[in-house]
Write a protein that binds this ligand. Structure first.
Ligand SMILES: Cc1ncc(COP(=O)(O)O)c(C=O)c1O
Length: 401
């Protein structure tokens, strides 16, 4: 987005504020559908956990996407945003049978990732179609916290447990209509994807009534110019060919599903903060902004390197800064970054702030969560108000002391 537009949004809506560009989300959605245009039945289920503002969900619904959800609350958000229940897939991990039954009653596609719940659910509701999340035991992903398909992972049912799955299916007569995997986020090497897909195809042969195969997500997006990213077009060409061939072998036209989060929204997002203090120490120049890991935890959680630029002084001389927040704990956003000269009061824009940023925000230090703005059809729309002191206090109960 244009620097001046971002600056104007910071002036009009205050800081800190998240800004999302609807046009970028739309073009990413189109890029993915184009890459898989030769698949007869394609379904892109947007991963709500990346950015779950209801206006963003409505945008993806209007584009024709489905929705990938991981909690009953995300399911309800999706339904509120207008998704048909049949276009929502619910892929929880470690939730209660009751929560899964509630989702099933709402009519969404259930995806089960452990044998215990599979057996209990199949026994009680043999007629409800169920997808199974497989753990293909592939180590993939940019950071150990986001690699979820390896042998030590808590996600999915091991491919070595297929005989046990089959026994449960046979005993309960339940209907398995989908097979799913998600091996991690930030996967660079498409061969890893293709390799894991082969495991999924082998697994699929065990089930007669499949309607779809869900290949999860994990596409790597660029964080700065020249960064490596998943080659979606090459993956599209290679996986389409293999998928279409598999459908012939299987004897039925299946739906190919993905559930991208980051790919669709990461680059569409900007986080705008104001510099409160420029502080020189014996070794460093800190730029301290009106935010912290309470609003954007990814650098502290995963070591994510968000590009940061000074939109108040875009042509200024470059100097080195360590950008930190105002939280009473170390909350470093970036170390020793070259940024156009910063003066107190300047607005810094963080890039790639669409995915896993606002949705991971908290009220730590009793701070308010930021406002969110959607840049849609050339206009800035406020899609979430900045919190106020009422939001901090309204669920608290004072007792007489
Ligand atoms: C089951 C599942 N599907 C999809 C996603 C989205 O992944 P990404 O944001 O890398 O596209 C995640 C992310 O953690 C996930 O756990």
């Amino acid at each position: 987005m244009e620097t001046n537009t971002l600056l104007k949004i910071a002036q009009d809506f205050g800081s800190p504020v998240y800004v999302y560009n609807a046009e970028k989300m739309t073009s990413q959605y189109k890029r993915l559908t184009d890459a898989f245009s030769k698949v007869k039945q394609l379904r892109l289920n947007y991963a709500a956990k990346a950015l779950s503002n209801i206006s963003v969900l409505k945008l993806f619904n209007s584009l024709g996407a489905g929705l990938d959800t991981v909690s009953i609350q995300e399911v309800k958000l999706g339904l509120t945003a207008g998704f048909e229940p049949g276009k929502i897939i619910y892929t929880p991990n470690g939730v209660s049978l009751e929560e899964i039954e509630t989702a099933a009653k709402l009519g969404v596609q259930i995806n089960i990732d452990n044998l215990s719940i599979l057996e209990q659910f199949g026994t009680k509701h043999p007629k409800v179609p169920v997808c199974i999340r497989i753990n293909p035991h592939v180590m993939a992903g940019g950071n150990s916290n986001i690699s979820v398909g390896h042998i030590d992972s808590k996600f999915g049912i091991s491919i070595h447990q297929i005989p046990h799955i089959l026994r449960i299916v046979e005993n309960t007569k339940m209907n398995i209509n989908g097979i799913h995997m998600h091996t991690g986020s930030d996967i660079l090497d498409i061969d890893v994807f293709l390799y894991a897909s082969e495991i999924l195809f082998e697994t699929a042969k065990n089930f007669e009534n499949l309607e779809f195969i869900d290949f999860g997500s994990g596409f790597k997006v660029p964080y700065k110019a020249g960064d490596i990213e998943t080659n979606i077009e090459e993956l599209g060409t290679k996986l389409t060919k293999r998928f279409n061939q598999f459908c012939k072998e299987y004897g039925k036209e299946l739906t190919l599903a993905f559930e991208p989060g980051k790919f669709l929204v990461s680059e569409a997002g900007y986080f705008l903060t104001k510099v409160n203090v420029v502080k020189q120490t014996t070794s460093t120049v800190f730029a301290q902004v009106d935010s912290g890991f309470n609003h954007l935890i990814r650098p502290m959680l995963y070591g994510s390197q968000h590009e940061i630029y000074n939109i108040s002084n875009p042509n200024g001389k470059e100097r080195f800064y360590t950008v930190v927040g105002y939280i009473c704990e170390t909350d470093t956003f970036a170390n020793n970054r070259r940024i156009n000269e910063i003066t107190e009061g300047d607005i810094l824009a963080f890039k790639n702030a669409g995915a896993y940023c606002f949705t991971m925000a908290s009220n730590y230090n009793s701070r308010y969560r930021p406002a969110e703005v959607l840049w849609y059809q050339g206009k800035a729309h406020l899609i979430r108000k900045r919190e106020t002191f009422d939001d901090i206090i309204h669920n608290q109960i004072e007792i007489a002391l």
